[in-house]
Design a protein around this ligand. Structure first.
Ligand code: KG4
Ligand code: ZN
Length: 350
């Protein structure tokens, strides 16, 4: 089966083509056209600009995806189209959905609506384990992106329970907003990780201690907006000379990153222990953070040594359409031949 998948939920225009045969998944192409340079000057995603860029990019991205997948051979029509219908930015989602509807109509093939968060979970299918993933359930899944921070209990595919989530900002949003305070480029996550790495042992004299919001709360919820305020407060109290110095920026970046890591790991392991669930699945853009991955592996080995930790390849943590393709495949019973009825839902929950 050939699946063409589309994601325009935020600021990346993504189209992928997957071939699934005998439970083996092959990603034939996975094209991502990033709009980072356009949104950089605003320090975040500007929805109307993102919509315009998706409109411009979809046709060239489709052309690239088809060319790469077909390897210059004769064009073969896909069997199914999968498209993200939410959560995400409403105008951006509509651009992707309408494009998908047009392809579905012209090619006369069914269209399956996909939840973006389910896509982030299934990104784990694409690396190494393929469809054997089902054997790893039940699992506790942590999804951390620019718009979401959720702990999800996955009993089986299609059976999800959100057991905890952020009460305000998402962790990725916190990276983006605090990076902006420090004058670092959007997206903030990779910028902060890069600055944190520059911190030398000898620089540790700039002592910064940020609060770990809700780390000991009895539930599985998160809160990151106070962290942003604490960073702003510390930044403002420093002299201009200090706060613009490399030492300060690196020390602050490291502390922001560590705070977010501490909270995410603590809550995820608590959920696994409380629910007596062995396997842990990670997904979403923030999971691309190498230090987070390293510390997750170390902590799990120490605290719940029989657990298995699944992390997608880094390029599959951030938004892409291959993950939407696999989610579409697993939801293919929801595909509609008459796709015109499908609508977006910017607040769609899993
Ligand atoms: O999943 P994603 O690509 O898009 C959404 O669905 O939101 O996640 C984007 C978020 C951004 O907030 C970005 O700053 C963060 O993921 N991010 C990272 C890293 N790479 C991307 N955060 C920390 N470390 C990274 N290496
Ligand atoms: Zn995402």
């Amino acid at each position: 089966m050939i699946i063409l998948s589309i994601d325009t939920s935020c600021d990346d225009t993504c189209i992928a083509i997957l071939k699934i045969e005998k439970k083996k998944i092959k990603v034939l192409s996975n094209i991502i056209s990033s709009q980072v340079d356009i949104h950089k000057k605003y320090g975040g995603v500007y929805p109307s600009l993102a919509k315009r860029e998706h409109e411009k990019n979809l046709v060239p991205v489709l052309k690239q995806a088809l060319q790469k997948a077909q390897n210059k051979k004769k064009f073969k029509k896909p069997d199914l189209i999968a498209v993200t219908i939410g959560p995400g930015l409403d105008p951006c989602l509509w651009v992707g959905l309408n494009f998908a509807k047009s392809l579905s109509l012209v090619w006369d093939i069914p269209l399956v609506p996909v939840n973006h968060i389910e896509g982030h979970i299934f990104a784990n299918f694409l690396s190494k384990i393929n469809l054997n993933f089902q054997k790893l359930l039940p699992a506790i899944c942590l999804i951390v992106s620019g718009g979401h921070t959720q702990l999800i209990l996955i009993k089986k595919i299609g059976n999800y329970k959100i057991i905890g989530e952020t009460r305000d900002d998402a962790a990725g949003e916190c990276f983006d907003k605090t990076a902006r305070i420090l004058g670092l480029a959007y997206p903030g996550g990779p910028s902060i990780a890069q600055e944190a790495e520059k911190l030398l042992i000898s620089d540790s004299q700039i002592a910064i201690k940020l609060p770990r919001p809700m780390i000991y709360s009895k539930d599985y919820d998160f809160s990151f907006s106070g962290l942003k305020t604490a960073v702003l407060y510390d930044y403002k109290k420093r002299s201009k000379k200090i706060r613009t110095s490399q030492k300060y920026i690196s020390a602050m970046a490291k502390e922001i990153q560590q705070t977010i890591i501490d909270v995410l790991i603590k809550k995820t392991i608590k959920a696994a222990k409380d629910y007596k669930i062995k396997n842990i699945i990670l997904g979403g853009g923030v999971i691309a953070n190498k230090e987070l991955q390293k510390q997750f592996k170390e902590k799990i080995k120490k605290e719940i040594p029989n657990s298995l930790l699944l992390i997608p390849d880094s390029n599959l943590c951030t938004d892409n359409a291959a993950m939407i393709g696999i989610a579409g495949y697993l939801n293919k019973n929801k595909a509609l031949k008459d796709a015109q009825k499908i609508k977006v839902n910017s607040n769609l929950r899993i």
